[in-house]
Write a protein that binds this ligand. Structure first.
Ligand code: SF4
Ligand code: MG
Length: 320
């Protein structure tokens, strides 16, 4: 069956100019990302800040244009869509950002903001929009008398609930969640994660969940993709990834968090050095400057992401 989303060879280079006479250089934010997401699935995309995961999310939604590569949504290439098809797509694909302050207009009562979103896509009558807004406020754990309140009257967690209600008002099938709980207190994070899971089954949503926090990804994702310096280096169902990471970078990421299973430590790797600049990523395997298992070939030959087990992919010469 057809996946909901298929991403092929996505590349994004941002031009930067360091001075008037300096040659144009490029930040290689995303070098080569290929992945598919099935209907109803949560795909967790993890990596350190600056690895290209947020850029990947924005590229998938066409909020920014890719340098190369294609995104297919419900089998249709987003870059070949008519204006009308693009409009429908904009409605079906939503994004929730980390900072709920910046995603809500401080001057507009939250109920109106939700209705306005429906109005833009001409969904329902004025009366139907109001009714639906009330239902959605209730569904995300707020109440109807909060309709006329302004964003500043709510806590960060409540604001994220409002943003979710507004996204759901458009009947999306796919939602990019870009670190939606990173700015919230730990005690609130699990409430929002649980709400996201409930909404997923109620509204038949598919998620791309972007995070640097592995424990959050573990709780919400069916599969996980690990990014390093613009590249997808490993992809796996969630539990196998945490029990037996394959890529040395994944091992390093997992070694840095407390592990309940002492046997897990058999793959422990400690990272040294800094992440290289995306202006000049290393040749060959981008991880070779920090990889304790790097070999001669790693500095020359780019490892491609390939299947090494029935459901697991890794980009590393150790799995040849
Ligand atoms: Fe390390 Fe080489 Fe594998 Fe890259 S390809 S992760 S440098 S062993
Ligand atoms: Mg980010």
């Amino acid at each position: 069956h057809q996946p909901l989303l298929q991403v092929n060879g996505l590349v994004k280079h941002f031009p930067v100019k360091k001075g008037l006479l300096a040659p144009k250089e490029y930040v290689k934010a995303v070098s080569n990302v290929t992945l598919t997401i099935q209907r109803g699935e949560t795909y967790g995309l993890v990596g350190e800040s600056g690895c290209g995961k947020s850029t990947t999310g924005r590229l998938i939604l066409r909020l920014i244009e890719p340098t190369a590569g294609n995104v297919f949504f419900e089998g249709k290439n987003l870059s070949h869509m008519s204006k009308e098809e693009m409009r429908t797509m904009r409605q079906k694909m939503q994004i929730v950002f980390q900072d709920p302050y910046s995603s809500l207009n401080p001057r507009i009562p939250i109920g109106e903001a939700i209705e306005e979103a429906m109005g833009i896509f001409a969904l329902g009558t004025v009366r139907e929009r109001k009714e639906r807004t009330m239902q959605l406020l209730d569904r995300v754990g707020l109440n109807e008398d909060q309709y006329y309140r302004h964003p500043h009257e709510f806590s960060g967690g409540q604001r994220q609930r409002i943003v979710l209600a507004r996204a759901l008002a458009l009947n999306p099938s796919f939602v990019v969640c870009d670190e939606p709980v990173s700015a919230l207190d730990v005690s609130i994070q699990s409430q929002i994660i649980n709400l996201l899971k409930e909404l997923q089954s109620d509204f038949e949503l598919t998620y791309l969940y972007i995070a640097h926090d592995l424990s959050v990804v573990r709780h919400i994702s069916d599969r996980v993709g690990v990014m390093y310096l613009g590249n997808l280096v490993e992809e796996s169902p969630t539990d196998p990834l945490f029990h037996e990471p394959l890529h040395p970078y994944t091992k390093a990421l997992l070694s840095a968090i407390p592990h309940p299973d002492p046997k897990g430590k058999r793959w422990r790797i400690l990272l040294t050095g800094e992440v290289p600049s995306p202006l000049h990523p290393p040749s060959g395997c981008v991880f070779h400057t920090r990889c304790p298992q790097a070999q001669e070939a790693c500095t020359q030959v780019i490892p491609t992401l390939r299947q090494v087990r029935p459901d697991r992919k890794v980009a590393c010469h150790l799995y040849g």
